[in-house]
Design a binder for this molecule. Structure first.
Ligand SMILES: NC(=O)c1ccc[n+]([C@@H]2O[C@H](COP(=O)([O-])OP(=O)(O)OC[C@H]3O[C@@H](n4cnc5c(N)ncnc54)[C@H](O)[C@@H]3O)[C@@H](O)[C@H]2O)c1
Length: 318
């Protein structure tokens, strides 16, 4: 897809945290961008100028088929989903409906409109479950613990229905963070910790805080998606950093950078649905996609904190 001016991309969930970063990056690259979002979590104000916006639910099969048929993009980038592990226990049916059945609708609409490429945002944090070895490669067993993880794995598998007309790229992201992540919705521990400290409240840690996660900056996620549009690769790729940080380390780093010395986390009983360690092996993405995460942990956190403080009400900035 060499002539960027002619490339049309449709992003589902494009008004959300990751989706809106993608929309901005694709617009900056000169692509023609459309977004489909029901605005359950996404915001119009996140979207850059020049994007065509369709307010629609991916569970509405007919609407999705019609929009894809009208737009006829070269690439569909499917990011719409319900994304909270914790909430998925409270609303498992809705998680299944949106994440699995909604993806089935997207797959059907992609095939009907003869779309060349489908990029799907899966979860390397939620679908592997308890793994014996770290880092986790794409071949390791998938045994999700939560309804969220189950729905994302089933969604991935529904991409197998695509025939040869469509190249499928599945990205299994680790824990994505960065400016624009909303701390109110139970995921995104970096945003949640920073928001608590800004409000002078002790962040909650479930368990002893020694659980490790692989935190990837949203800009690195964006470059993986830009690369996927322009390369002929297909298949499943872990997208993370290959590096683990414990929750205690994250808390220490954020309090240090915010200059907070007098607030300690509140430790609560561990959640059954949390794995202890989750760090992704990214050798395949490096070798085949020629992609490399570039944002260091320190720089990424500092940039995220700057953005959170910038948007905080004045009385919280002192
Ligand atoms: N943030 C992470 O750490 C992470 C990690 C792994 C995978 N992912 C995946 O990346 C994608 C984006 O996640 P995010 O963190 O940007 O979340 P987000 O909630 O900010 O974005 C999801 C978007 O989808 C929209 N949406 C939800 N239900 C919809 C529906 N029925 N129809 C149309 N639109 C709908 C929301 O309004 C929102 O704009 C999701 O597929 C998620 O599973 C995220």
């Amino acid at each position: 897809m060499e002539n960027s001016k002619k490339i049309r991309i449709l992003i589902t969930g494009g008004a959300g945290f990751i989706g809106s970063w993608l929309a901005s990056a694709y617009i900056a690259a000169g692509y023609s961008v459309a977004v489909v979002d029901n605005f359950y979590r996404g915001k119009r104000s996140h979207l850059p100028a020049g994007v065509r916006v369709y307010e629609a639910d991916i569970c509405d099969r007919e609407a999705i088929i019609n929009i894809f048929g009208e737009e006829r993009p070269h690439v569909v980038n499917h990011h719409a989903a319900l994304v909270s592990v914790r909430e998925s226990y409270e609303r498992p049916e809705r998680y299944w409906e949106v994440n699995f059945k909604g993806t089935q609708n997207v797959v059907e609409a992609v095939q009907r409109a003869n779309i060349q490429k489908l990029i799907f945002a899966s979860s390397g944090g939620a679908i592997y479950g308890h793994s014996n070895g770290m880092p986790i490669s794409e071949e390791m067993p998938r045994t999700p613990l939560s309804p969220y993880g189950e729905s994302k794995l089933a969604a991935e598998e529904s991409l197998h229905r695509l025939d040869d007309r469509t190249e499928a790229v599945i990205f299994r992201y680790s824990n994505v963070y960065g400016p624009g992540q909303d701390p109110r919705y139970h995921n995104g521990v970096i945003a949640i910790f920073a928001d608590a400290l800004l409000n002078k409240l002790p962040p909650k840690i479930f368990g002893d805080g020694h659980q490790t996660r692989d935190y990837i900056h949203v800009r690195d996620v964006v470059t993986s998606n830009l690369t996927a549009v322009n390369s002929g690769v297909k298949g499943i790729f872990n997208i993370g950093t290959g590096q683990g940080h414990t929750l205690r380390q994250v808390f220490r780093k954020i309090s240090e950078m915010m200059g907070v010395e007098d607030i300690s986390p509140t430790y609560l009983p561990a959640n059954d649905f949390e794995v202890l360690h989750n760090v992704l092996d990214i050798a395949r993405a490096r070798a085949e996609l020629k992609w490399e995460p570039m944002v260091s942990f320190d720089h990424g956190i500092s940039e995220t904190l700057d953005a959170i403080v910038e948007y905080a009400p004045d009385n919280l900035k002192a």
